[in-house]
Design a protein around this ligand. Structure first.
Ligand code: IDP
Ligand code: MG
Length: 160
């Protein structure tokens, strides 16, 4: 790969971000999307849906043994969510930083959870925790062809 192609490749990391049912109910969809857009990340997939329990059990399969698992699945299937894939340099790590800690009482002000919520069981937004889970989750929520390849006009002003 040329140096240019390698640099462009780095900017293609994908993270799966989801506004949870409480975030949708509280009218925070636009606020959350705005933060990723303003930062310079590229939206490549987005849809509203009410996920089934089976779909969520697969999404959260690593947490199956936790005491809060049943409650988590109940909460997450209680209404529509907004599922998204955002792309850009270090999108996974930055997405987690923009979300704040899992427990909102430990999330810094300025983060999404630190600015808009209080309880860990109502923490309004999901973000992938690794590049691999970003890929797995994006493919779990979106079919082939639902993730767009496009070049924002502003890319050359976001990346050097
Ligand atoms: P994350 O969402 O920050 O990646 P995970 O540990 O993957 O955190 O947990 C997934 C979700 O499960 C959390 O966002 C939160 O909604 C819920 N959760 C995690 N820990 C607890 C808990 O101790 N009580 C209730 N819900 C929890
Ligand atoms: Mg997680």
């Amino acid at each position: 790969l040329s140096t240019f192609a390698k640099m462009a490749d780095q900017n293609k990391e994908r993270t799966f971000i989801m506004v949870k049912p409480d975030g949708v109910q509280r009218g925070l969809v636009g606020e959350i999307m705005k933060r990723f857009e303003n930062r310079g990340y590229k939206l490549v997939a987005c849809k509203m849906c009410t996920p089934t329990k089976a779909h969520l059990e697969e999404h959260y399969r690593d947490l199956k043994s936790k005491g809060f698992f049943a409650g988590l699945i109940e909460y997450m299937s209680s209404g529509p969510v907004v599922a998204m894939v955002w792309e850009g340099k270090e999108a996974v790590k930055m997405g987690r930083m923009m979300l704040g800690a899992t427990n909102p009482l430990q999330s810094n002000p300025g983060t999404i959870r630190g600015d808009f919520c209080i309880d860990v069981g109502r923490n309004i937004c999901h973000g992938s925790d690794s590049v691999e889970s970003g890929k797995r989750e994006s493919e779990h929520w979106f079919k082939d062809g639902e993730i767009q390849e496009w070049s924002p006009a502003q890319s050359k002003w976001v990346y050097e």
